[in-house]
Write a protein that binds this ligand. Sequence first.
Ligand code: HEC
Ligand code: HEC
Length: 276
Amino acid sequence: MTAIRRAWLATPIVALLALAGTPLRARPSPKQDSPIANPTPADLERGKQTFETTCSTCHGLDGGGAMGPNIQGIPFRLGADAVTNVIKNGMSGGMPPFSAQLDSTQIQQIVGYLLTLSHKDTGTVTGDAAKGKGVYDSSGCAGCHIVSGLGSGIGPELTKVGHLRGPGYLRNAVLYPGTDLPQARVFLESGGLLDYLFIHAVTNDGHAFDGTRVVEDSFRIVIKDARGEFHSFRKADLRELKKEPGKSTMPSMKGKLSDAQVNDLVAYLAGLKGDQ
Ligand code: HEC
Ligand code: HEC
């Protein structure tokens, strides 16, 4: 069956897959530069004001996401240059360009402000990070995530997740996967697409498949399952095609790990800041 499905991925879809698939496996390592060498409190305050008047309608008042994705701390993940670029030039999926509206100082102030949002999380770390690494290693996390070059990349890279996300968010991500998924299609710096729309498909001959959408047009859809395998379908061959926004391919650890283990795991993740 896989062989037949793979044959489907001929020519144009293969090109799209290459775009959509590779960045998850080999995401560019985030750049180290910081947006403003030393943003003053006044810079950050102005960044906050500009953000609230210009960006919050789509990204939420706290940057936590609305119609656009969660961009709290995003310069840590994409690099300050890439974020500056996105703000100036926009992105094809609904992010408008702001080069005509904002000057480069204002943009830098916003980037500085976005960095401060990474730590706005009320959760606290109570566990033991060293034990948490053991929990990470024995729970199959590396089957879907990369930390410092180790693992594989169906899920987002976690090398700097402690910079990007606070402990409360991390706990939530592990216990209730999918609750904070971007509500819009997120395009990666490298040209790929990070789209977490969960799909449940059943073929006319009764085989069921679950995964996230990779590409879709009027006639076909390609999904990627939790093992990272691609499945391509002609829509005419499907008896059922259900889109389940907010659902995740990541298994919940609720009930699989003890409270203490979850605390340790959160401590480990919160400590992943990209420094060796
Ligand atoms: C009209 C809605 C809208 C406004 C206003 C808007 N954005 Fe966006 N933004 C989006 C959408 C939608 C995306 C997802 C990418 C896409 O589809 O283009 C996005 C993506 C981004 C990304 C990349 C996220 C990622 O994970 O790659 C950044 C950074 C960003 N926006 C920052 C900003 C900033 C800063 C402002 C204010 C100056 C702003 N946006 C204003 C809708 C908006
Ligand atoms: C079958 C694949 C898979 C496994 C196994 C898996 N994850 Fe995930 N994980 C994902 C995907 C896909 C996402 C993207 C968001 C979503 O779907 O919920 C994600 C999201 C996350 C996030 C949120 C990242 C962010 O920046 O928003 C964290 C943290 C995380 N996973 C940690 C873990 C840990 C810890 C384990 C092991 C206990 C684990 N994951 C196991 C697939 C997986």
